[in-house]
Design a protein around this ligand. Structure first.
Ligand code: ATP
Ligand code: MG
Length: 333
């Protein structure tokens, strides 16, 4: 299947150049290339379900918002919609409590519902392109969550990623979508279907617009205790990273706090207190926040300097809000 889509396209301006051939297994998208001023696309992907894609997607989006970046989010997991619900919960909780929780501009791509696969793919593609073109010129980042199974849109998203983040549970069962290991000595013996799909998507992307995808495999739900399994998975990822060209980093530890956040749409980066959480924050919250910030640093996303300044002035403004006015504030106003 030919499946390639550069991130830097403008649907309305370049509609003429769009050549979409959905017949058989062929699909080719030709669009304008490498334009400046377009959003950086972060895709969360792993064909293994339950690896932490949606949890990480919201944390990355909120971290970027807190850094003053303009962030749009897209949910391609139209059946499950966990990412969408997580964001809706956040919006609802902010409204209900009056808390100032940053909420991204969000779109969920609806599934085609006809009996014809080609028609469905075509309408899903249209929705996806419309969602991207609506935000790509006016936002700094687009964070895309994908389903834990192979699909047409999931492949497309992988080929438009500037940064591909693949959370993986620290287990050889989860490792198996990336590569296989020898049963005796755990050395890597081959590459598995998801890794092959990503390599294909990255190659096509490079051919199309010369851009490369920074692929980062993030170990999730790490045990806080050292174990033989933990070390063996780390060694396997290191070996595989050299073959496949990804960076392997440590993400979040296994913490109950990540499971509690969903109903209120909270993240470890929010001001967690009795009002937001309904309970006193624990050491788990503090360390979770540190590991989320650590993850963001390691992702090395291109933060816009204007965004950083926006975040700094907003923080200053918030700090001022509670203070009584000084005489010189009034005189200088
Ligand atoms: N670091 C963590 N510690 C504890 N629980 C976690 C952690 N990360 C994710 N979880 C929990 O693991 C489950 C799966 O997480 P999530 O839904 O984010 O994965 P996913 O990859 O998006 O799944 P799917 O493939 O089904 O979309 C959820 O119950 C989530 O709360
Ligand atoms: Mg998910």
């Amino acid at each position: 299947m030919i499946c390639a889509l550069p991130r830097a396209f403008n649907l309305t301006a370049d509609a003429r150049d769009l050549k979409i051939n959905l017949g058989g297994d062929a699909m080719l998208l030709q669009t304008s290339q490498g334009q400046s001023g377009t959003a950086h696309v972060v895709v969360l992907g792993n064909e293994k379900g339950g690896s932490g894609k949606s949890t990480t997607a919201l944390h990355v989006a909120v971290a970027l918002l807190k850094a003053g970046q303009r962030v749009a989010t897209i949910d391609l997991d139209s059946r499950q919609q966990s990412f969408t619900r997580y964001i809706n919960n956040r919006r609802d909780w902010a409204r209900r409590t009056g808390l100032d929780l940053e909420v991204p501009v969000h779109r969920c791509i609806s599934l085609g519902e006809t009996m014809q696969i080609a028609d469905n793919e075509s309408s899903e593609l249209e929705h996806f392109l419309a969602a991207v073109s609506a935000v790509e010129r006016t936002f700094d980042f687009i964070v895309v969550d994908t389903p834990g199974s192979d699909s047409y849109l999931m492949r497309l998203a992988h080929s438009m990623a500037d940064t591909l983040v693949t959370p993986i549970n620290d287990s050889f069962l989860d490792f198996d979508v990336l590569g296989t290991v020898d049963a005796a000595n755990y050395s890597v013996t081959g590459e598995s279907h998801y890794a092959v799909m990503v390599r294909d998507a990255r190659r096509k992307r490079r051919q199309l617009d010369g851009a490369s995808t920074d692929w980062i495999v993030v170990r999730n739900r790490l045990s806080m205790l050292g174990s033989r399994n933990k070390q063996l998975v780390a060694d396997g990822l290191k070996e595989l990273s050299l073959r496949l060209g990804f960076r392997s980093i440590d993400g979040f530890a296994e913490r109950v706090v990540y499971r509690e956040f969903f109903p209120r749409g909270l993240t470890a980066l929010d001001d967690l207190n009795e009002e937001t959480l309904g309970t006193r924050p624990s050491m788990g919250h503090v360390t979770a926040r540190e590991e989320v910030m650590g993850l963001l640093r390691q992702l090395k996303l291109p933060l816009d300097e204007r965004g950083r300044r926006r975040a700094a002035s907003r923080a200053e403004w918030f700090a001022q809000v509670d203070k009584p006015l000084e005489v010189h504030d009034i005189l200088e106003a």
